[in-house]
Design a protein around this ligand. Structure first.
Ligand code: GLC
Length: 549
């Protein structure tokens, strides 16, 4: 198959760097560019094609940097623009592409634009960059409607006008410090085109788009039924006032023109929690974004029927628009897969789906996570690996309450702990201060025993999660079957087994049942998530890659 240089993303493995928790170069307890630069060879050797770096812009970090105060700079805690340029060129020298995170739905309340909006009068051009409305009721004391923030509580906040009087309300889908921008305002649209060019000119290879299904709103819609209005993931309301509105597609057509004007063309990946998959496919039509995270797959429990249905549906609806699937098991918003799959029922796509369940079986979770890695990494399309996934890290469910930083914790009145448990800084060494994360402590406490899962503890150790990922990613890069865009199911191994082949001569078998299964005819076992049984069968909760020619 011939492929243009700019089509690398169609089957790439992209490693997600949550920079604050990756590696701390200056010893202040938070990860940074300096730390990341020292680990680029680790990432090259892991065998990924690109890194996606979570927001590194100046920010009060009320929402982990998804509250951007300046879209064209670096937060001093993470480094500066000069270091960013060095990082990009060092990554490129090592053959790694660099994808950044753009947050267009909202800015930080510390952004110059928002400060100007607060200082200006109602109806002014400064206010028109955001969504300000008068309140309802006597004196405008009530919010304009009942819409709720995804992080809990109302989606409206009242301001005090410059003259000291109680004032207008502004809209925020997320935290109160994340005011939504008004994308019907051409000034907002132009600003982001310019931001894209700023980073593309610096050599950045693409962007992950935060809340790509937000941005366009219909503020004339009435109150929402309470339960439904408080959903980040795929609001089940048709014609939702602020999620997945048709108008977003026009924005992305404009963005695509900018990306295509570069050589090589730049990439976009959408974070869009929409349902059903047909709606997601609309984001990756030919003249829009290149790819979109497959959250339907991420949310599927470890059951053959559910996973198969999700795979089939994704492949067919995305195939219909010529887009590759983009598989993902973890990110900085959801529960670690070891924990999720370590529950007997393996349900709960996000921590927040299961705030009640603290127990999980780590051994079971690791075993399934190993099999899940082989399954995911052998499906046609792109794949994402979230930092620490390659180490088999689990969700830290017992972070001390006083250390919790996710705004969800406060906004839910301490009923939801939020997403900090998957953001605990990485262990690089078996012991030492913060297990090699940095010279001092870490901004979130690391649990006892964290060093047992460190890179140092797994490096070169046969059977470790790290070596499994290294082997799988090496095969993924070298085996010609991995660039094919199709797969064919091999039925006949029973309802609890997922088996498929890709040409030339590659078969993946995953056994999600309770009994070992005999493998189909093959020439060689290329890689297995656990040893086969003595008589060559695939044990339960395991996966294997086979060569058949
Ligand atoms: C996305 C990010 C998440 C953030 C939210 C608001 O869902 O992944 O971390 O809190 O957007 O920007």
């Amino acid at each position: 198959m011939t492929e243009s240089r700019s089509d690398w993303w169609r089957h790439a493995t992209i490693y997600q760097v949550y920079i604050r928790s990756f590696s701390d170069g200056n010893g202040d307890g938070e990860g940074d560019i300096a730390g990341l630069r020292t680990k680029l060879t680790y990432l090259r050797d892991l065998g990924v094609d690109a890194i996606w770096i979570n927001p590194w812009y100046p920010s009060p970090l009320n929402d982990g940097g998804y509250d951007v105060a300046n879209y064209r700079d670096i937060d001093p805690r993470f480094g500066d623009l000069a270091q960013a340029k060095e990082l990009i060129s060092e990554a490129h020298e090592l053959g790694l592409k660099v994808v950044l995170d753009i947050v267009p739905n909202h800015s930080s309340s510390e952004h110059e634009w928002f400060k100007a909006a607060l200082a200006a009068a109602p109806g002014s051009p400064e206010r028109a960059r955001y969504i300000f409305r008068d309140g309802k009721g006597p004196g405008g004391d009530l919010p304009p409607n009942n819409w709720r923030s995804v992080f809990g509580g109302p989606a409206w906040e009242r301001i005090t006008e410059p003259d000291g009087s109680p004032g207008q309300w502004y809209f925020h889908i997320f935290d109160v410090s994340q005011p939504d921008l008004d994308w019907s305002n051409p000034e907002v649209r132009d600003e982001f085109l310019d931001v894209l060019r700023f980073w593309f000119d610096m050599g950045v290879d693409g962007f992950r788009i935060d809340v790509a299904h937000g941005m366009v709103k219909d503020m004339t819609k009435p109150d929402l039924p309470y339960d439904e209005s408080n959903l980040l993931a795929s609001p089940k309301i048709a014609d939702h006032p602020f999620f997945d509105r048709d108008g977003v597609h026009e924005i992305y057509r404009g963005w695509r023109e900018i990306a295509d004007a570069y050589d090589p063309a730049r990439l976009f990946v959408a974070e869009a929690w929409v349902e059903p998959p047909e709606r997601l496919a609309r984001y990756v039509r030919d003249d829009e974004l290149h790819s979109a995270f497959n959250f339907d797959y991420l949310k599927a429990p470890w059951f053959a029927a559910e996973l198969r249905e999700s795979i089939e549906q994704s492949m067919s609806v995305l195939g219909a628009v010529g887009a590759p699937a983009t598989w993902v098991l973890e990110n900085h918003d959801v529960e670690r897969v070891v924990t999720r799959y370590g529950r007997p029922d393996s349900t709960g796509g996000t921590v927040r789906d299961r705030p009640d369940v603290r127990e999980f079986d780590r051994q079971l979770g690791v075993r399934r996570a190993r099999a899940a890695a082989l399954l995911m990494l052998s499906l046609p399309g792109g794949a994402y690996v979230y930092q620490g996934q390659e180490l088999g890290l689990h969700e830290v469910l017992d972070l001390p309450e006083e250390s919790l930083q996710d705004p969800v914790w406060e906004r839910s009145s301490h009923t939801e702990r939020g997403r900090d448990g998957c953001r605990v800084p990485l262990p690089w060494t078996v012991d030492g201060p913060s297990f090699g994360f940095g010279a001092n402590g870490s901004w979130l406490p690391q649990p006892d025993g964290w060093g047992e899962q460190a890179v140092q503890a797994q490096d070169g150790v046969a059977g470790s999660m790290l070596e499994l990922y290294r082997s799988a990613l090496a095969i993924r890069r070298e085996n010609p079957a991995f660039v094919s865009t199709t797969m064919t199911w091999d039925d006949g191994l029973g309802p609890d087994v997922l088996a498929f082949h890709r040409e030339p001569g590659f078969v993946c078998v995953a056994n999600l049942g309770t009994e070992p299964v005999a493998l189909p005819e093959h020439r060689e076992v290329i890689l297995a998530s656990v040893p086969l049984t003595d008589d060559g069968r695939l044990p339960t909760d395991a996966a294997v890659w086979l060569r058949t020619v």
